[in-house]
Ligand binder design. Structure first.
Ligand code: T1G
Length: 697
């Protein structure tokens, strides 16, 4: 089965790729394209070849499931060169997506036509790679170096009208891809259009390659493939096409062997697997059309914004008229941002803020909503009061959700007459921007309510992760641990600034102390006060930052925290007060500060993260290691090119990670108690990914 059908329309041969769901360029498809070209050229009277995709896409790219395995000929660059070298006129008719190798096949054609709604792109950098079938050599020849580098190093999807303007495609026309392709091919033949091999076009103009490389490397925050792509494009200028193809191939194969490629492929498949839960197989979600939101502060307004943008009717409840008006303003402000970014039109804005959104102070307005999510003050009594009212007014079957970030969802559920309808939906602020949604499943939550939580997440464009009930669920529980590891290093001699810099170099967008300033130091301060009564005697709890909070300094929102922030300036400068407070605490504790290397900082920080994550998986709070990976990547700025903390640990070797933890435990046995799951996997010679594979069976 070649997955490529051959048909003939007068003097035009048509190769139709049939490899659902997205026509990935599997071995069979590559073989089919080679055979199809041979057949067309041997088929007397054929003057042109049209390549189209069946189903919802032209071609989504190389078959990612083949990555990491021994590549099998025919290799995609050879297929592309074969297509381009044909003496026949070759046309690609694109619809849906033409990505990676899919666009490369189209670039090997002599002319390209596309549907108005179609998109093209070279997302290989999102997989830790560079285009490996000629795009780094052909695209610069077709559209110039600058535009080619923009497409290749960002991996962005380019809509057909822009692709036409850039010169990537030659024509945009609505219609059946085969029909418009045939008509376009016919017109080219009738006008005597010549073969137009992109590889035979002149080499593009050079740019300042070192500046482009350095800028791309900096922007990639440690990711290497975008910067490598600059070097591959440089070869399209400095080498012949044939030599340039060899250079691209070598770089591509080198990147294929990197941890970053493995991490990013892991992220690609995990992002899709995270919503596939055995417990949801065959479970229908409840109907969702109208959503209630309780509380119109930052979180509630963000949730309401996300919901109206996703097409839901929204009823937001506030306590008083002025708070209701302020909530409406907040939502309108969020939506005007969407207008400014071109996400919605002004008319859409008007409809969303008048028809889709109702703001009220009367709980009776919630009588017909399908799901309510509360985002009120993080206090159990306040939550129980809200749920009591919801229990009384919401219709039977309405899902009652809490946005709490750490309170016991079981306790909230048991305070109602319908615990099976209660679930946690933990959004991350700003809720209309952050991708992560923790779907927190309480002991009595009904399966279809869990399915409804995931259905809502999908409708809102979220990456939803199933979490069990514990303090902090998955993300905040793990965050508390690795933040503590950072605090311990501060007490022992590493400055907050060295730690932030080391972790930014590792790939985080921001280090933990800059993040704390952004989120607000008062949050951590409240958490430490909340946990103080149940704290273990052996716990090392730094207090220097509490001294700063007692003076009313909470980070960016007050202008002073770990850093000092000047109005109108991005970022902050180290706060001398912090250094003094740390020294005072070190003196009081009799600590002689020591030096830390960046490598040790990263190792300790990551070991604490992995150890707590292994406890979270071992206790069933997260069903699989990949759930933790997606939580940290989508909610906590974990560098995607590592695939997540569990993938990072697998790449380091779990034995090495456990050995580090056991070494650190000699200084602080309480904090560094090895996770039983980690110890077990090391003893059995298994990896976290083995657990993901077992769960998928
Ligand atoms: N290979 C194999 N399977 C793929 C695939 C691919 N390229 N793309 C998607 N799938 C599967 C996916 O795993 C899922 O499977 C199903 O198709 C539907 O996908 C040489 C080396 C195309 C925009 O990076 O961006 O070409 O879970 O759920 O939301 O230079 O998939 O159903 O079993 O995502 O509508 C470059 C990756 C490869 C594109 C569709 N191409 N895919 O999104 O559906 S590298 C990519 C996507 C390359 C060359 C290089 C999206 C999509 P399952 P889905 P969707």
């Amino acid at each position: 089965m070649s997955n490529v059908a051959y048909s003939r329309h007068d003097d035009i041969a048509v190769l139709t790729i049939q490899n659902p769901p997205v026509n990935a360029l599997s071995l069979a498809v590559r073989q089919g394209l080679m055979a199809g070209m041979d057949q067309a050229e041997a088929d007397s009277g054929v003057r042109a070849v049209l390549i189209v995709g069946e189903g919802r896409a032209f071609i989504a790219g190389a078959d990612i499931t083949e990555f990491g395995k021994t590549p099998q000929a025919p290799w995609l660059p050879d297929v592309c060169n074969r297509i381009e070298a044909s003496p026949l006129l070759v046309v690609g008719s694109m619809h849906g997506v033409s990505l990676g190798g899919g666009l490369e096949v189209a670039l090997a054609a002599h002319y390209r036509i596309a549907q108005p709604s179609s998109r093209v792109g070279l997302p290989e950098v999102h997989l830790g790679l560079i285009p490996g079938a000629g795009a780094t050599q052909r695209l610069p020849r077709l559209i110039g170096v600058e535009k080619a580098l923009d497409a290749i190093t960002t991996g962005r999807h380019i809509k057909a009208p822009e692709a036409l303007e850039m010169g990537i495609i030659d024509k945009v026309e609505e219609g059946d891809p085969e029909a418009v392709g045939l008509a376009y091919t016919r017109s080219l033949l009738d006008e005597g259009a010549s073969r137009r091999a992109v590889s035979e076009m002149p080499s593009p103009q050079a740019i300042d390659w070192h500046a482009a490389y350095d800028a791309t490397l900096k922007k990639g925050r440690g990711q290497i493939s975008p910067a490598q792509a600059v070097r591959a494009v440089q070869a399209s200028v400095e080498q012949s096409f044939e030599e340039g193809m060899k250079t691209e191939r070598q770089m591509f194969m080198d990147l294929m062997k990197t941890d970053q490629r493995e991490g990013m492929i892991h992220a690609f498949f995990s992002e899709r697997a995270v919503g596939n839960l055995p417990e949801l197989k065959g479970v229908e979600p409840r109907a969702l059309q109208s959503i209630g939101v309780i509380g119109g502060g930052t979180m509630g307004a963000g949730i309401a914004t996300a919901a109206v943008l996703a097409g839901f009717e929204v009823v937001l409840i506030e306590m008083k008229d002025e708070a209701a008006a302020a909530a409406h303003e907040r939502i309108a402000g969020n939506l005007s941002g969407a207008v400014k970014r071109g996400k919605i039109t002004q008319q859409k804005f008007d409809a969303l803020t008048t028809v889709a959104l109702t703001v009220s102070t009367n709980y009776d307005s919630l009588a017909s909503v399908d799901l309510v999510v509360e985002a009120v003050f993080e206090d159990m009594d306040v939550k129980k009061d809200v749920f009591g009212k919801l229990d009384a007014v919401c219709k039977p079957g309405c899902v009652l959700a809490t946005n709490t970030s750490y309170l016991d969802v079981n306790e909230i559920a048991d305070s109602t007459s319908r615990p099976a309808d209660v679930i946690g939906l933990h959004f991350f602020s700003p809720a209309h921007v952050m991708k992560l949604l923790e779907v927190v499943v309480a002991d009595k939550t009904a399966a279809d309510v869990v399915a409804t939580g995931f259905a809502l997440g999908k409708a809102l464009g979220k990456t939803s992760v199933r979490a069990g009930v514990c303090d902090g669920f998955i993300g905040n529980r793990i965050l508390a641990t690795y933040r503590t590891a950072a605090d311990h290093m501060v007490l022992d001699g590493a400055t907050p600034y060295q730690i932030d810099a080391a972790l930014e170099k590792f790939g985080f967008a921001m280090g933990p102390f800059a993040v704390a300033d952004l989120a607000g130091l008062d949050i951590g301060w409240m958490t430490r006060k909340r946990k103080a009564p149940t704290r273990h005697a052996d716990e090392r709890v730094p207090t220097y930052i509490d001294r700063l909070c007692e003076q009313g300094h909470f980070g960016q929102k007050t202008g002073q925290g770990y850093y000092i922030y000047e109005k109108g300036k991005r970022g902050g400068v180290p706060n001398p007060a912090i250094t003094r407070l740390i020294e005072e605490e070190q003196t009081a504790l009799g600590i002689t500060p020591r030096a830390f290397t960046d490598a040790e900082i990263v190792r300790r920080y990551m070991s604490a993260m992995v150890n707590e994550a292994a406890k979270v998986v071992g206790e069933g709070i997260a069903k699989r290691p990949l759930d933790v990976d997606m939580t940290l990547v989508f909610g906590y700025g974990f560098p995607r090119y590592w695939g997540g903390p569990m993938k990072w640990a697998d790449l380091q070797g779990l034995g090495a990670v456990l050995s580090d933890i056991e070494t650190y435990a000699q200084e602080d046995a309480w904090f560094w108690q090895p996770a039983p799951l980690l110890t077990k996997l090391v003893a059995e010679g298994r990896t976290f990914d083995d657990l993901n594979k077992e769960a998928a069976k």
